[in-house]
Design a protein around this ligand. Structure first.
Ligand code: DHB
Ligand code: FE
Length: 289
């Protein structure tokens, strides 16, 4: 049976791609962020996940304001990256897992989440950079299969935190009902606080970010009580990317523990965060071994 072995939440600022391309990962500015992935690399080498379900938000590479699904899932056998204009080198294609994707789609729709199913999907920096950070030395082929799940964070009305929590719970149920063996890691990419436009451009709220870093591990349902308006006020207009963290954490379910955590601001315009968590009792791990 498929098991969820852990969850990784990480900021996805596009300039990470430029820093990698220019060989700047060990400069004073970038080193703390890139070094935060050292424990993630050790964990991945030990746990060897087969599949990553990547919960992220598309920023206009695949979906645009004319047609914006609230929730979408990739069901393709591969996902291409493309030039999205940030100066990030285009990364190699990502292998999909159509069988698990269709299982998730069936289960989620049956569970009341009417996902848009994508047999073609271009993946942007929010999907590609966290995987590149997980596997910096991967060549043309990534070491695990991938399933993209998008949450609309761009075109209002946005789904609520409470709804994204329930989506994550449904993803968790779907994974553990898959009869085939697969070690699954769930990613939630984006955040933490940032606002890229308008009068508050550059807004970062370290106190709120640190509250999120703590609550997402120990008391994640507390975060679902914020309205979208409150999240925008507290975390900036793009701080709503927190929804991807909330869905990731809900998919893990139960008590969890942090394996490693890192926060520093600013990272580009953002409260930069990396958080690796495991189910506290590691039930998934025991079931898989
Ligand atoms: C930045 C952060 C994002 O999440 C994003 O999608 C684009 C830019 C930034 O901090 O610059
Ligand atoms: Fe973003």
């Amino acid at each position: 049976m498929a098991t969820i072995i852990g969850g990784l939440a990480a900021s996805h600022v596009p300039s990470i791609g430029g820093a990698i391309a220019r060989g700047e990962t060990q400069t004073p500015y970038w080193k703390p962020f890139f070094d935060a992935f050292n424990p993630v690399h050790a964990w991945l080498a030990d746990k060897k996940p087969d599949v990553a379900i990547v919960i992220y938000n598309d920023h206009g590479l695949n979906f645009f304001l004319d047609k914006m699904p609230t929730f979408a899932i990739g069901v393709a056998d591969h996902y291409d990256n493309a030039d999205e204009g940030w100066g990030i080198p285009v990364l190699p294609s990502f292998e999909g897992d159509p069988e698990l994707s269709w299982h998730l789609a069936e289960s989620l729709v049956g569970d009341g989440f009417d996902m848009t199913m994508c047999q073609e999907l271009l993946v942007d920096h929010a999907f590609t950079l966290p995987i590149k950070l997980m596997y910096p030395n991967a060549g043309a082929r990534w070491p695990l299969r991938t399933i993209p799940i998008t949450i609309n964070s761009v075109q209002h009305p946005l789904p609520t935190a409470a709804r994204c929590w329930k989506l994550g719970q449904a993803i968790g149920r779907a994974v553990i009902s898959y009869p085939k063996d697969a070690r699954v890691v769930i990613l939630g990419t984006g955040g933490l606080s940032h606002q890229l436009d308008g009068e508050r451009a550059g807004f970062i709220n370290k106190d709120f970010d640190l509250l999120c870093m703590k609550d997402i591990v120990d008391d994640p349902e507390a975060l679902t009580h914020f309205t979208n308006r409150q999240i925008v006020e507290l975390a900036g207009s793009q701080g709503v990317e927190l929804m991807t963290w909330i869905a990731m954490r809900a998919a893990l379910g139960g008590p969890a523990r942090a394996v490693s955590r890192h926060y520093h601001a600013p990272l580009s315009n953002t409260g930069g965060a990396v958080l690796l968590i495991e189910p506290a009792s590691e039930p998934g791990r025991m079931a898989a071994e």
